[in-house]
Design a protein around this ligand. Sequence first.
Ligand code: IMP
Ligand code: MG
Length: 174
Amino acid sequence: MLHSLEVLIASQKIAARVQELGSQISKDYTDKQPVLIGILNGAFVFMADLMRQIDIPHASDFLRVKSYRSDRSTGVIQLDADITVSIKGRDVILIEDILDTGTTLDFLINHLLKKEPLSLKVCCFLDKGRNLSVREKVSYTGFKIPDQFVVGYGLDYNDQYRFLPYVAVLLTER
Ligand code: IMP
Ligand code: MG
């Protein structure tokens, strides 16, 4: 299958928004030392940029889930690797690449709450706006986008295109 890409969010726009999110988080967590937890693989590019825009001390860790095959959600979430730091009594910010059906975030919020953090907020780079009840649980959103399959800036199609510095819609060519 051949694909063509249509740029949806240019890299300069991403950088400006990530800077805003970083400032907001720095402000909201003044005098706190939050732990950023990134969801692998998709969130690593966003998280790497975001943490360098946060000017208060913070820790970072990752967990890994499997939930997606090609461009369709399987709806089944599997925790492949858990965090290694203790978050009991700590302020936690969960970092996700995109909110689609909400299954992944719902699963991980429940998973992390069992570890008894002091607080838990979610920061999501993109929001396709399909799940309103999970959206309410997201405190920081980068961009709301139409319900189309996108790649780049960490987001993949069959593990491709993560390296693109912009977000693009993946179009199938005939
Ligand atoms: P959800 O569980 O349906 O909300 O799906 C979230 C996960 O699906 C994200 O972590 C992404 O890895 C993946 N995903 C959802 N939509 C897209 C997309 O448009 N492009 C690439 N990955 C996506
Ligand atoms: Mg993915």
